[in-house]
Design a protein around this ligand. Structure first.
Ligand code: ATP
Ligand code: MG
Length: 689
């Protein structure tokens, strides 16, 4: 499983003129101008479905066809899969000219940053064998330091570990001072400013002392390297062309990286849509895109206005929806595809009814020839598909879910990987904590002693066997020392084989540590299956941490030809994708917009953009659904329900473009229903009077 989407083995440079590239005729004049653009930086600002991603893929093909060495092209995307798909598309286009694409550098900012740091990091004082802390580990390190520094106070609640990391991350990514971030984004934590400052200083020191980098560091060190170091020009010169998709969701550090990377060459193409900016919680800034021409001298700005994805009635709805945004730069879209069905707004009686309605419509579309995987159900938060998943399971309808808890965030998978991480970098304290606490009779006190003991033994992991520990723990420590010594001694042993050895040690503990040991054992199988695609341990670990599989389907191997499945996805994970039929569920206020993100007008506006992203994924049919009632089960058997409000962004003008239907009972029956519900529960209670 290569990190960098490489397609084709041969590359044949060929100086050719546009006229000899017939596939340029697939593009409209504006797209073609972007694809064949020569000279300075290029910014394509354009709405959803106008072919931005496709334009970038064709530009890669064009550059290769006109003689640019593919290994000097860098393609930055939001997921690895997106990079692979774009390179595959470029390969298909080039094949029509009898060319192949060769090996293009491609992936997320994080994975490319990691690769750059492995090559040039020594200049920044990074050790050869640094390892990466993913978000969960970084949170755990924060928690550990809060404890060590005794920052808690009996009377006041110290911010949670995830909040600490959010504040830290916001400061370093946006380049803002701690006091400003606290006042603006985390006012309820402002009283802890001094403690947080001290926490973050220790966090920095501890990471450096332990040779670990967190995810933010991968970008920060990269930015530093290309801004001000002896190798800055060298790194910048490595790439003749840099192309970035979804630029509206990059942050200031990423913009700094691009500035540094373009010190010696002008080749930079970025595409984005300000109306789809949905990651401000990661300090992404739509300003990045709007400031681009000012930051990169000689920028050409190209708009695209024709939408090739959706039929006109869907665009009529989405144009009006996004017209509510107070800040907006891209224009209304018009469809190159013409007329089609009006979007449907379906009011359901309750959640169960919504699930039934989704399934009924999915099956209807399927019967008319739309495969399941050309249909997607989208929702604001991962947990919102729980009841639908049960119902799909009950009816035997296969589905795949994107977004939500990732495979690698599951405790036992993290456990298994921690063994390999210790073998890779025996100074990785968080990995040690994880591994040691799996052993019987080993708790935090022994773990802390173990860290001192290892330091005294030059961080040789097999030295853990000689740690003085309570009787019951000794045998475990000895076996662990032997295992880790073995893994450390033969780093070239295939990662799958290393995991097999870990499983022999760790597998039998699952029953003692967790519920459901059989299912967890199967996850270890999956992990070994993924590892079998890798030749080196480091590559395997890094790939998994930086660009983890984000759906269980990524673990299932290549699908069979006759396999079909319905897509379930969070809206965030649906970015850049499209389906023939889209169902947006739980379009009720509190869920969409999420009541967790309605604190400020800016947050509400981001929820509006998120709704826009969801709706603009649809090609032919769009169904927006909301349950009129939500059932909440409180203590005992008393079932309660509350009435929902339709998502506020569906204003009367927006609704006028939709076909509004109700599967719920009419309002006069509603009153009656309340009476019945109350009546039954009251009667049931009286039974015990
Ligand atoms: P988003 O903002 O959602 O990321 P996008 O601007 O990147 O959208 P693409 O995904 O590149 O848009 O294109 C949307 C759809 O339109 C794709 O199916 C693509 O193949 C098709 N498309 C784009 N341009 C053309 C064209 N000139 N002719 C035919 N189809 C096109
Ligand atoms: Mg796109």
């Amino acid at each position: 499983m290569p990190l960098y989407g490489a397609v084709g083995a041969m590359w044949m440079p060929m100086n050719t003129v546009e006229g000899r590239l017939p596939w340029l005729d697939d593009l409209n004049p504006e797209q073609r101008a972007a694809v064949t653009h020569e000279g300075g930086p290029l910014l394509v600002v354009a709405g959803a479905g106008t072919g931005k991603t496709r334009t970038l893929a064709y530009r890669v093909a064009y550059l290769v066809a006109t003689g640019v060495d593919p290994s000097r092209i860098l393609l930055l995307t939001f997921t690895r899969r997106a990079a692979q798909e774009m390179v595959a598309r470029a390969a298909a286009v080039l094949a029509r000219s009898g060319l192949s694409v060769g090996t293009v550098w491609g992936g997320t900012f994080h994975s490319v940053g990691h690769r750059i740091l492995r090559i040039y990091g020594a200049v920044a004082g990074l050790s050869e064998d640094f390892t990466v802390l993913d978000r969960g580990d970084a949170e755990d390190l924060m928690a550990l330091l809060v404890q060590e520094l005794e920052l808690r106070d009996a009377d006041r609640r110290f911010p949670r570990k995830s909040t600490c990391l959010d504040i830290y991350s916001r400061c370093v990514n946006a380049g803002d001072a701690l006091e400003d971030v606290l006042v603006r984004q985390f006012p309820w934590c402002a009283e802890w400013e001094g403690e947080l400052r001290s926490l973050f200083r220790h966090y920095e020191e501890r990471k450096q002392g332990r040779r670990v980098l967190d995810l933010d560091d991968l970008l920060l060190y990269w930015a530093e390297l290309v801004t001000d170091s002896a190798v800055a020009d060298k790194i910048a010169d490595r790439f003749e062309h840099i192309l970035v998709d979804e630029y509206q969701d990059t942050n200031r550090v990423q913009a700094r990286i691009l500035r540094g990377m373009r010190r010696t060459r002008p080749g930079l193409t970025v595409v984005g849509d300000d109306a789809q900016s949905i990651y401000s919680f990661r300090a992404a800034e739509v300003r990045n895109m709007l400031d681009f021409p000012g930051e990169f001298a000689g920028t050409t700005v190209l708009p695209l206005e024709r939408n090739y994805r959706s039929v006109q009635p869907i665009l009529a709805t989405t144009n009006l929806l996004i017209a509510q945004a107070t800040q907006r730069y891209t224009k209304d879209l018009w469809s190159a595809r013409g007329d089609g069905a009006r979007p449907v707004l379906l009011t359901c009686a309750d959640e169960a009814d919504q699930d039934r309605q989704v399934i009924e419509r999915v099956l209807q579309h399927h019967a008319r020839g739309v495969p399941l995987h050309a249909q997607a159900v989208l929702f604001r938060a991962a947990h919102l598909s729980a009841t639908l998943e049960l119902e799909l399971g009950r009816r035997g309808i296969p589905f795949r879910k994107y977004g939500g808890l990732r495979f690698l965030e599951v405790a036992h998978v993290k456990d298994a990987l921690a063994f390999l991480r210790v073998a890779e970098n025996p100074m990785d304290e968080m990995a040690w904590f994880r591994v040691l606490q799996l052993l019987e009779r080993v708790g935090p006190v022994t773990v802390r002693r173990a860290m001192g003991h290892l330091a005294e033994h030059g961080h040789d992991p097999s030295a853990i066997a000689s740690l003085k520990a309570p009787g019951g723990a000794r045998e475990g420590l000895e076996r662990l020392g032997a295992l880790l010594g073995e893994l450390r001694a033969v780093p070239e042993l295939a990662p799958a084989e290393q995991l097999e050895r870990v499983r022999a040690f760790y597998g039998p503990m699952l029953g003692r540590l967790y519920e459901n040991p059989e299912a967890r054992g199967r996850d270890l199988e999956s992990l070994i299956w993924i590892a079998s695609g890798y030749g080196r341990r480091r590559e395997f670990l890094v790939d998994l941490q930086l660009d983890p599989p984000n759906s269980t389907s990524d673990l299932a191997g290549p699908p069979h030809k006759d396999e079909d499945w319905l897509v379930l996805s969070t809206i965030h994970s649906a970015k850049g994708c499209e389906w023939d039929v889209v169902y947006v569920i739980h379009a009720a206020d509190g869920f969409l917009p999420s009541d967790m993100a309605c604190g400020t007008p800016e947050e509400i506006e981001e929820e509006l953009r998120l709704t826009y992203v969801a709706l603009t994924r649809a090609r032919d049919h769009l169904h927006v659904m909301w349950p009129l009632r939500y059932h909440t089960r409180r203590a005992g058997f008393r079932a309660q329900h509350s009435y929902a409000q339709l998502c506020r962004f569906f204003t009367p003008p927006v609704l006028a473009t939709m076909e509004c239907v109700a599967s719920a009972p009419p309002p006069e029956e509603r009153e009656h229903l309340i009476d019945i519900d109350e009546d039954i529960t009251a009667r049931a209670r009286r039974r015990w009077d």
